[in-house]
Design a protein. Structure first.
Length: 560
């Protein structure tokens, strides 16, 4: 017997026999729903036979037959009513369990978000993306799809989305491109570290989305609910459908604040802050500038995260501020890292370790933040050191800078575009989807093994644009991405260790060593970060001007 749990109230499964009912009752179920019509196959027991035995063992029974492939709105309503009326938990079955899972999905449409419905059914082994339009339409069959069509549709108006749209328009000015994004404001997120260090103003890192959408590009101000790659369609919240010839997926990632118990309730007060949020980065600087003694914690969750150096950048700039004020000796700096190394590319570690020593910071590896009690000023970490039993430790703090756990957005994780880990599944060289030839992805949401940074998106956007133009012309991919990413590690005010690397940790310096030696802290790298990169971002990258980002030509091996 195959019982698959959807939630606490319902499990579904394939056809059962009379002999299974006692076990169903023993496992705690109180009701059974049959969604399979009688005589669908010769070896199928009739519902009356099942009902008799169900009632004999103390189970309530409901017969709601549904023709395969024809789940009607009335069927969904009847299933929802049965779930309300019957004592739970309920076990529902059909030939494979798919009809029962579909009925539950449609019945939950008005009370649960689409990603949750798709996620729960996917975990049970049922793909409900085929009814995503109906779910977004409150469980009803849409009568008017209102389809809009564009040659290229870009999901996400962040660094990757606007850059790739601009690069496409620069290559083909007449191309019909649309960006889908519900946000009103676009943020220069690499600047938030500098805001938290008292160097930039938060307002300098934000511009209205409308002012940045490239000229001639349509802006669809809406959220994506689901993908139908077999139909070349994107379903929006409210069941509107956008059709495309080619799709680019780059919505960024999800900061999962809720994954740390108690964190959401105390963010922005009780000394709990994060440079990963626009409104909190100024609070970081307020805490740092007011602190004269005590303990400061800086956390880093398991990878992947955007800008993997950002958690320690906050540490270095804070340590430097305390050193300049002469209070560093009275502050206990602790770096709580869920990983086992300070930085993933070993060439940069020696320079960083000099600053760890300079600020007398303690490195705590394999420490993953799992809970915060803001009022008690206590953080709880799960410690999972190799060859040791996992344990939890509670650490008191005066201030704590939190880097939240990060995942792909919910609507990506449950979609047909995702790999088993929930990220968009692409070829790491061409950035083309491995299964759907007219889909590409870039930025933080795709699964290539590169650092998730704005510098990576700056290199990826021209690669994707070049390959889409080639595809429109009937050609194979012509450009490849080498995994380039950059992490300007702000080790003190006025100096940066400019980490630049590609796939496998290979160093990828952009400048000669006499100008900027990336393995050492330099003033030149600081000037690049402070003075040059912000205008390059706003005035070049987002406008399709590919300064130091021309795509590399593809090699035969890269498309294997």
């Amino acid at each position: 017997m195959d019982i698959r749990t959807i939630d606490d109230t319902l499990s579904v499964g394939p056809q059962i026999g009379v002999a299974d009912l006692a076990e169903i009752r023993r496992q705690g179920y109180r009701s059974v729903i049959c969604n399979r019509p009688d005589a669908e196959s010769a070896d199928q027991p009739g519902h009356a036979e099942i009902q008799t035995m169900a009632e004999d063992v103390g189970l309530e029974f409901r017969y709601l037959p549904v023709t395969a492939g024809k789940v009607t709105d009335a069927d969904a309503d009847a299933f929802a009513a049965a779930l309300r009326d019957l004592p739970g938990p309920v076990f529902a079955y059909c030939r494979t369990g798919t009809r029962s899972a579909t009925l539950w999905s449609l019945a939950q449409a008005e009370s649960r978000p689409l990603p949750e419905i798709l996620g729960k059914t996917k975990a049970a082994g049922y793909d409900m993306n085929g009814v995503a339009r109906r779910i977004t339409n409150a469980g009803r069959t849409p009568t008017n799809m209102g389809d809009v069509h564009h040659q290229v549709v870009v999901i996400g108006g962040g660094a990757g989305g606007i850059s790739v749209a601009a690069s496409l328009k620069a290559r083909m000015p007449g191309l019909d491109v649309a960006i889908i994004d519900p946000a009103d404001i676009h943020y220069y997120q690499p600047g938030w570290t500098m805001v938290g260090g008292g160097i930039f103003e938060a307002s300098d890192t934000a511009k209205t989305m409308g002012s940045l959408i490239p000229r001639g590009v349509h802006w669809i101000k809406a959220a994506v609910a689901a993908f139908e790659p077999e139909n070349d369609a994107v379903v929006l919240d409210g069941c509107r459908v956008v059709k495309y010839d080619r799709l680019v997926v780059c919505p960024g990632l999800k900061l999962d604040w809720g994954a740390v118990e108690g964190l959401e309730e105390t963010l922005g007060r009780n000394g709990v802050t994060s440079n990963y949020r626009y409104d909190l980065a100024p609070y970081t600087w307020k805490l740092v500038s007011e602190m004269s003694r005590g303990r400061a914690l800086f956390t880093q969750p398991p990878m992947p995260i955007k800008c993997a150096g950002a958690p320690q950048k906050a540490l270095y700039l804070s340590g430097d501020a305390w050193r300049r004020r002469g209070v560093l000796k009275d502050i206990d700096i602790q770096f709580m890292n869920a990983g086992g190394v300070l930085f993933g590319v070993k060439d940069y570690v020696p320079a960083l370790m000099e600053y760890v020593k300079k600020y007398d910071a303690t490195l705590n590896f394999f420490h993953n933040l799992v809970a915060i009690d803001g009022s008690a000023k206590t953080a709880t970490f799960k410690v999972a050191e190799p060859e040791k039993e996992p344990r939890e430790v509670a650490v008191e703090f005066d201030i704590i800078h939190v880097c939240p756990p990060q995942t792909a957005p919910d609507f990506i994780r449950v979609s047909p575009l995702a790999d088993t880990a929930g990220w968009v599944d692409v070829d790491q060289a061409t950035l083309r989807h491995k299964r759907f030839d007219n889909i590409w992805s870039l930025g933080d949401v795709m699964n290539a093994p590169n650092a998730k940074t704005a510098a990576a998106a700056r290199k990826q956007a021209p690669t994707v644009a070049e390959n889409i133009v080639a595809d429109i012309g009937g050609h194979s991919p012509v450009a490849q991405y080498d995994g380039y990413g950059s992490c300007p590690l702000t080790v003190e005010r006025g100096k940066i260790v400019l980490a630049e690397f590609g796939y496998g940790g290979a160093l990828k310096p952009s400048f000669p060593s006499w100008l900027i030696d990336g393995t050492k802290p330099t003033r030149a790298a600081w000037l690049l970060k402070e003075r040059i990169l912000p205008p390059v971002y706003w005035k070049a990258m987002l406008r399709g001007r590919e300064w130091m980002a021309k795509p590399e030509k593809v090699t035969a091996r890269s498309t294997d």
